[in-house]
Structures are given as structure tokens and as C-alpha cells.
Unconditional design. Structure first.
Length: 339
């Protein structure tokens, strides 16, 4: 049990953006770790599914709030999901993607919580297949494959290291001929017409104009969330770096990239969030900002909400809010440290 407990603690640490393992205590719970927020919980569930080969039933997701509760779930015998069941909401994923505004030929950066998709034995594969069907041969699919652990380990193996933000990026790479960028913290896995351009990107900072986030903006791409709302979209950090918000500061991370039997030095500057005092983000503010925006398309499929928006409109709306209020993304309690 000690070995299993350590594995679970390690997954919690990964989900919390590379939190040191020693900070995840033997009996750690969600209330003990400020970094274990809703976004980290989404990442944790997908890590658990990938690590242990089990699907977390939707009704159990909210229960996995501590190391002990996760261990209890692992020792339980949940009824297997009925993979033949019809998807919920009367619409399949492909139909939902189109209804939300995704089109053939689009460049789409997609964040997903595949466990939210009901009725499929492998929802990650089904989602990827439907995304590729919608985008077609002229489109390009970009999935997050981030590895926050580079910040502590200093090593990144693009062809071996597992994504720390869910299973979809790994599935695209391993099962659908996707290719993974060598960005040591915020790598993405790509398949499609623009994959060669994205693979050639090189940025000195994690969210600079030459990063994949700047590229998607420059190319007029789209941001999509499947089972994930816009407040959890990583692109939200792009205007934070651009506007040099006061609650973040520059930190350089050095290390090596190991690929194809070779090692090369890597260095990247990351505009990290202050921890002392802690800059706690209030993600609901972005949700409220984008709710009902005329450029946002929404749909439901297989029990999950799908959201899609042109990145240019999304960026302009968020940036305008942050120009008016540089502390826009912070919680009310955190604001007092920088006002």
C-alpha cells in the first residue's frame, strides 16, 4: 500500500503543476493544497485513468478529494461503463463539435476532459477521431502535452515522457501519428497541415509571440474546450506575459532535451505566478467574461459541454479586460497584495 500511496501522491504532485512530492503528505487532501484547484483536479483524474487503466465514473469524480479517497476508489470494484450505451444529450461528438463552430481546415487548440464523455470505452480515441474528421486533411489539431516536471527535473524526453495534463495528447502521439514539440514545459502534440510549422517554432519564453500560443493567435486559429470551460484554457496566460502583470515574475529554467539518442541543452524563461504572497487566480471571472459572448459557440455531446471560439476574438476580449484591470484574473483576496 505504501508503494501505491506514493504513486498516488506523485500523480497529485504532477497534476498540481510539478508540486514537490514532499509537499503532498501521506494523507493529503484537496483542502490542504492550494494548487489542487479545479484545473488540477481535471488533470489528476486523467492521470489516474492513464496510470491505472480505469475510468473514473462521472459520479465519482468529485469524491476523489484526498489520497485516502483515491486509494479507496482504486480498491473498489466499480461497475464497468457500458461502452455500447448511446451518448447522452442526443448528439455525437462530431455533431457537437460542428455545432460549436469547428470547421474543416481550422487550426484548433483543444483542451479536454475526456472522462466527461459518456458512452465510450475509450473516449480519448473517440474524441480525437471526431476532431480529425471535422478538421479534415487541411486542418490542424493541437493538444496540450505539458510537462511541468521539467521545472524541477531539468530533463525533457519528448518521445517518452507522459503528458502531465491528461491522456489525449499521448493518445494522439502514440495512436494517431501525432508529433510532439520540444518545448520543455508547454509542449503540444500536433497532427495536420500545419504540423511542420508548429514543430519548427522556437520561443525563448513559454508564452511569447513565437510560442505555440502566439502562433495559434497569429494564424487565426480556434480555442476549444470539451468537458473543459474557457477559464481552464492555458491560453489565458498569454496576455499575462504580454502585459507583464504584477503578480508574476520571470524565472529561467535550464536543463536538457533527450531525443533520438541525443542530448541538447535547453533554457526557457517562464513568467511564473507569485507564491509569497500567493497569487490565487479566480477562474470564474474569465467564465463570466466569455459567457454569452457573440463569438463563442457552445454545444453538448455525450454528456459534455463543448465550447469553441476564434482565438483572435477571445484574446482581444480578455486582453481588453486585463488592460482595464491588470489584476483581473486574481481573486479578490489576492488583489490586496498588488493594488
Amino acid at each position: 500500500m505504501d508503494d501505491l500511496r506514493t504513486r498516488v501522491r506523485g500523480l497529485i504532485a504532477e497534476a498540481c503543476e510539478g508540486l514537490p512530492l514532499e509537499e503532498v503528505f501521506e494523507d493529503a487532501a484537496i483542502d490542504d493544497l492550494p494548487d489542487w484547484d479545479s484545473l488540477a483536479h481535471v488533470a489528476l483524474v486523467e492521470l489516474l485513468e492513464s496510470e491505472f487503466g480505469r475510468t473514473v465514473p462521472p459520479e465519482r469524480i468529485a469524491d476523489l478529494r484526498s489520497v485516502d479517497e483515491i486509494l479507496q476508489w482504486l480498491s473498489s470494484e466499480d461497475e464497468p461503463a457500458d461502452s455500447s450505451a448511446a451518448p447522452a444529450d442526443g448528439a455525437d461528438i462530431e455533431t457537437g463539435l460542428r455545432a460549436a463552430g469547428l470547421r474543416a481546415g481550422d487550426l484548433a487548440m483543444v483542451h479536454s476532459f475526456t472522462s466527461a464523455l459518456a458512452g465510450f470505452e475509450r473516449p480519448d480515441r473517440r474524441l480525437i477521431e471526431d476532431l480529425l474528421n471535422v478538421l479534415g486533411p487541411e486542418g490542424t489539431l493541437v493538444l496540450p502535452s505539458f510537462t511541468y516536471s521539467f521545472c524541477s527535473s531539468g530533463i525533457f524526453r519528448p518521445d517518452e515522457d507522459r503528458s502531465e495534463v491528461g491522456i489525449a495528447g499521448d493518445t494522439l502521439r502514440l495512436d494517431y501519428d501525432g508529433v510532439r514539440t520540444a518545448a520543455p514545459i508547454f509542449s503540444v502534440t500536433v497532427r495536420g497541415a500545419l504540423a511542420h510549422e508548429i514543430m519548427a517554432l522556437s520561443s525563448a519564453t513559454t508564452f511569447g509571440p513565437d510560442s505555440v500560443f502566439g502562433y495559434v493567435l497569429r494564424k487565426g486559429g480556434k480555442l476549444c474546450g470539451v468537458g473543459v470551460a474557457f477559464e481552464k484554457i492555458t491560453f489565458n496566460h498569454y496576455p499575462e506575459e504580454e502585459l507583464a502583470v504584477p503578480y508574476r515574475y520571470w524565472k529561467r529554467f535550464d536543463g536538457v532535451i533527450e531525443q533520438n539518442g541525443e542530448r541538447r541543452n535547453a533554457s526557457v524563461r517562464y513568467f511564473v505566478r507569485s507564491l509569497e504572497p500567493e497569487a490565487v487566480r479566480d477562474q470564474s471571472k474569465i467564465a463570466d467574461l466569455m459567457d454569452g459572448a457573440p463569438f463563442v459557440g457552445t454545444a453538448s455531446a455525450a454528456g459534455a459541454r463543448i465550447m469553441c471560439a476564434p482565438v483572435q476574438s477571445y484574446y482581444e476580449t480578455l486582453r481588453d479586460a486585463m488592460v482595464a484591470d491588470p489584476l483581473f484574473q486574481l481573486s479578490d483576496e489576492s488583489r490586496r497584495h498588488w493594488e
